[in-house]
Design a protein around this ligand. Structure first.
Ligand code: SF4
Ligand code: SF4
Length: 98
């Protein structure tokens, strides 16, 4: 990727909110257009998976995934913190007997 074509600098983040499947993606860039905060940029050559240029700015709204015409071409990767299964401690046996 030649970032100078956009006159912007890639901003790394601790998360990568989207996963593209290059074998399925047809490079239509509908996901790029769907993102209201411009997390994504189209690859200048076209026909390839878009660039997640500002991964730290993603709101995980899912608009890009819903707009994609090819199932599985792009999927959301939620942060680990949001993947955790929270436990209702009041349901634990030990807590009930106290
Ligand atoms: S999930 Fe929402 S905010 Fe994140 S890249 Fe897709 S459309 Fe943009
Ligand atoms: S909308 Fe889907 S097929 Fe089109 S560029 Fe985005 S991921 Fe690829």
């Amino acid at each position: 990727m030649n970032v100078t074509e956009y006159g912007a600098v890639f901003t790394p983040a601790s998360t990568m909110p989207l996963r593209f499947d290059a074998d399925k993606c047809i490079g239509c860039n509908r996901c790029v257009d769907a993102c209201q905060i411009d997390v994504l940029l189209p690859v200048p050559e076209g026909g390839k998976t878009p660039i997640v240029f500002w991964p730290g700015e993603c709101w995980y709204c899912g608009a890009c995934v819903m707009e994609c015409p090819v199932k599985g071409a792009v999927t959301l990767r939620h942060p680990l913190m949001n993947q955790a299964a929270f436990i209702d401690r009041s349901l634990l046996k030990e807590e009930k007997t106290l």
